[in-house]
Ligand binder design. Structure first.
Ligand SMILES: NC(=O)c1ccc[n+]([C@@H]2O[C@H](COP(=O)([O-])OP(=O)(O)OC[C@H]3O[C@@H](n4cnc5c(N)ncnc54)[C@H](O)[C@@H]3O)[C@@H](O)[C@H]2O)c1
Length: 417
């Protein structure tokens, strides 16, 4: 059996590694630099170290599509972003499907793992392959959908112990694909009745999370305007057994802040205006403005504020900063300060890109009474470990610390959410 993984990012690389422990696996990426680095055991996403690649004799990294001929199963794990107008950008999935159509053999299976709306596997992937390969869907090739549900930065939940759901175009395909995933899964697979049910399940998981966070962000806005402390209110409310424990948050990244637009898109196509989903998105998109307002209201806006901004990735303990809302906040902050120092222990390449507008630090500085505002935006483990007195020493006498994720104790100089 020959397996091929297309797209070796956060989702594709762990999958390729696990599958290669039992099957001959070809791991393909369009990005040649990524392939060259992986061949040397270098993963810029920091998910794996050199030693993790050593014993993987069946794993073949390649950027040549000719190497993928004769594959029995293709797994597509390419990104599924949105366009400027917030509609789904399926171009990468389409491109991967087209490539498969040119090399697919009879009786092969194509499994999509990328997050999509219900219908994409059959109506986009399947149709492209059928049109360009000359093979007939169901007769000559089959399809399956199995979403990845990893949570970046979470060490406990990983590719092996997260329960997988799989939908396929027929029972035989479902069983065959399940058997392959079972080669590394520790949890029982949940088999869905159709491909579309598996597609829909994934997109609602992330949409539900987005809407729940939006509700808490809206609570926060209300209580801010009433000068009531949101954290204290949430703590009190969580004493009820069925109160859902969400916190205010910046919803960035390429999943929670993106996937609801996929569902909204297909919802409209089928005649339902997605009111809750899009309101949630709108509320979450305005959080950077709310944070800025809260911080600036405490400070003298007329002076050129000296600011230390901590944390830029889209979430804590994860090197991924794509679509991070911390950058939106940083850009808004530029209006009030020309002296912004930024630091994130996960972003090694930051300097080149942002040094024009901000001073990029390599560590938390050893300065005393220096900043008007210290903003702890992303609560990386390293920031949580630092003693409150260190943070307090950084600010001027009339300065403040903005503690977005509530990692510090109460103090008169700390602005909480
Ligand atoms: N990152 C996560 O935590 C996560 C979790 C669950 C689901 N997902 C979903 O999984 C999918 C992949 O996400 P990701 O975070 O792994 O993306 P990523 O950006 O980390 O990696 C994607 C890789 O695909 C490659 N690629 C793009 N187009 C290609 C093509 N046509 N052929 C071959 N390679 C191509 C890119 O070069 C890149 O290396 C998305 O749909 C995403 O929504 C991601």
């Amino acid at each position: 059996m020959k397996l091929t993984i297309i797209g070796l990012g956060y989702v594709g690389l762990p999958l390729a590694i696990e599958l290669s422990k039992n099957y001959s696996t070809f791991a393909y990426d369009i990005d040649r630099n990524r392939i060259e680095a992986l061949k040397l055991g270098k993963d810029i996403n920091n998910q794996f170290r050199k030693k993790d690649f050593i014993d993987l004799k069946n794993l073949n990294f390649t950027s040549k599509k000719e190497d993928l001929t004769n594959s029995d199963i293709f797994f597509i794990t390419v990104p599924s972003p949105i366009k400027k107008n917030k509609s789904p950008n399926l171009s990468l999935i389409e491109k991967a499907s087209y490539m498969i159509s040119k090399i697919i053999k009879k009786n092969a299976i194509v499994v999509l793992e990328s997050t999509v709306y219900p219908g994409v596997t059959r109506k986009i992937v399947g149709k492209i392959i059928e049109k360009n390969s000359g093979l007939k869907f169901l007769k000559d090739f089959n399809l399956a959908y199995s979403p990845e549900r990893i949570n970046p930065g979470d060490n406990k939940k990983n590719i092996k112990n997260i329960r997988k759901i799989i939908g396929a175009s027929n029972k035989q395909t479902l069983n065959k694909v399940s058997k392959i995933y079972n080669s590394f899964l520790e949890e029982k697979i949940f088999k869905t009745e159709s491909i579309e049910i598996a597609e829909a399940a994934k997109v609602i998981e992330n949409t539900q999370r987005d809407v729940n966070i939006a509700l808490i962000n809206e609570f926060n806005k209300i209580f801010n305007s009433m000068s009531l402390d949101t954290n204290s209110i949430l703590n009190a409310a969580s004493t009820k057994w069925n109160f859902l424990n969400f916190k205010p948050g910046l919803v960035g990244g390429h999943c929670i802040g993106v996937d609801p637009y996929y569902l909204a898109f297909i919802s409209r196509k089928f005649g339902t205006e997605p009111k809750m989903i899009l309101s949630g998105r709108e509320v979450n998109e305005t959080v950077p403005k709310l944070i800025l307002k809260k911080c600036i209201s405490k400070l003298n806006k007329n002076k050129n504020l000296r600011v230390l901004f901590l944390g830029l990735t889209f979430k804590e303990n994860c090197p991924d900063f794509r679509n991070s809302k911390a950058f939106d906040l940083l850009n808004l902050l530029k209006k009030y300060s020309k002296k912004i120092d930024i630091y994130d222990p996960f972003l090694n390449n930051l300097k080149k890109k942002y040094s024009q507008d901000f001073k990029v630090l390599k560590n938390i500085p050893n300065k005393r009474n220096f900043y008007d505002l210290v903003m702890i935006i992303v609560p990386h483990r390293m920031f949580v470990k630092i003693n409150i007195n260190k943070y307090l020493s950084l600010i001027k006498e009339d300065g403040f610390i903005y503690d977005f994720k509530n990692i510090l104790n109460n103090h008169k100089s700390i602005i909480k959410v």
